[in-house]
Design a protein around this ligand. Structure first.
Ligand code: NAP
Length: 256
């Protein structure tokens, strides 16, 4: 018996690493021994984070909604570390708030493009390269892909139609991809976090309706970013060998 969440020997790519949860994921993965490519559009923020983490991190500019960018981002990560990426965190996302009757078409499209298409493009490019490199074959470490969804994938969320539909799509995409790659040495799962204060919702939780929302939750508090750490490390570790196509709601009881 015995298991470890030590990620030494793994090479990870985290999208949306220039802010919030993705920035934390990058730091946590590096602290657990992985090499980490930090991906997003704002290169200056990624460079600053990579400097803080040290030689095990590299900044990779990438817009997840554009396939050419995603491919170039993986190329840059492989060039930086000299090895294939075997651990992917598709975390990049935008809030896409707006009433269904009022939201402009291009905002609906942009939300779906970044949150849903971006997660699929990120996952499949990673998987293509893992399969080509034989990740998970002949006793080698298996590939790990984690997509960040949201409790809004399961809850009715007025004013979040595009966002919540994109996140429900992310959960179902992961299940479909898990089935498609079941014998390819890759585990792919989703984490569905509850509300955590980051740049994506900072302004909302300072408003009266935002404060009222927190007051309605059983624990009457916003969960901290550290609430996702252990699940992230588990899903990226060898210990998650038998976990694929699963979703994990981590919400401090917000949906109870
Ligand atoms: P955040 O602080 O606003 O971070 C979002 C990240 O996504 C940024 O690093 C941003 O970087 C990146 N991003 C946005 N558009 C992108 C694009 N086209 N290509 C590449 N990167 C892009 O928000 P967060 O709260 O950490 O959100 C991270 C993920 O968690 C999102 O998928 C979000 O939906 C999900 N989530 C958050 C909560 C919460 O309460 N905070 C709850 C459930 C789920 P650039 O602008 O530099 O590209």
């Amino acid at each position: 018996m015995g298991f470890s969440f030590d990620l030494t020997g793994r090479t990870a790519l985290v999208t949306g690493a220039s802010s919030g949860l993705g920035e934390r994921f990058g730091r946590i993965l590096a602290a657990s021994g992985a090499k980490v490519a930090l991906a997003a559009r704002r290169a200056d923020r990624l460079e600053a984070l990579a400097q803080r983490i040290g030689p095990s991190a590299a900044a990779v500019q990438m817009d997840v909604a554009r396939e050419a960018d995603v491919i170039a981002g993986y190329d840059a990560a492989e060039a930086a570390f000299g090895t294939v990426v075997d651990t992917v965190i598709a975390n990049a996302g935008i809030d896409g708030a707006g009433l269904a009757t009022e939201m402009p078409e291009d905002e609906i499209e942009h939300t779906l493009n970044v949150n849903l298409k971006g997660a699929i493009l990120t996952a499949r490019e990673g998987a293509r390269r893992m399969m080509a490199a034989g990740v998970g074959a002949d006793g080698r470490k298996g590939g790990r892909i984690v997509l960040i969804a949201s409790i809004t994938a399961f809850e009715a969320s007025p004013g979040l139609v595009a966002y919540s539909a994109s996140k429900a799509g992310v959960v179902q995409a992961a299940k479909s991809l898990a089935r498609e790659w079941a014998r390819k040495g890759i585990c792919i799962n989703t984490i569905s976090p509850g509300y955590i204060r980051t740049a994506i919702n900072d302004a909302w939780f300072d408003t009266d309706p935002g404060k009222a929302q927190v007051a309605r939750w059983p624990r009457k508090r916003l969960m901290g970013q550290e609430g996702l750490d252990a699940m992230l490390l588990f899903l990226c570790s060898d210990a998650a060998e038998f976990v694929t196509g699963a979703d994990f709601v981590l919400d401090d009881g917000q949906t109870l």
